[in-house]
Design a protein around this ligand. Structure first.
Ligand code: ZN
Length: 58
């Protein structure tokens, strides 16, 4: 399972990895804004997507 926290404005992944991290920590590290589109991101308005990889690790 891969966890992603993405910008709710442009969909750029702010965090992607196998560990589920607190959105607050991720957004704090990103200075509460998207590095691509510059949208301000609130920890209460984040979007977390959990993506399951398709059989890449057999
Ligand atoms: Zn963005």
């Amino acid at each position: 399972m891969t966890y992603e926290i993405v910008c709710s404005s442009c969909g750029t992944p702010l965090y992607s990895g196998f560990d589920l991290r607190s959105p607050g920590d991720v957004l704090k590290a990103a200075d509460y804004k998207c590095r691509k589109c510059g949208a301000k991101l609130s920890p209460t308005k984040f979007q977390v997507e959990v993506k399951k990889l398709d059989g890449s690790f057999s």
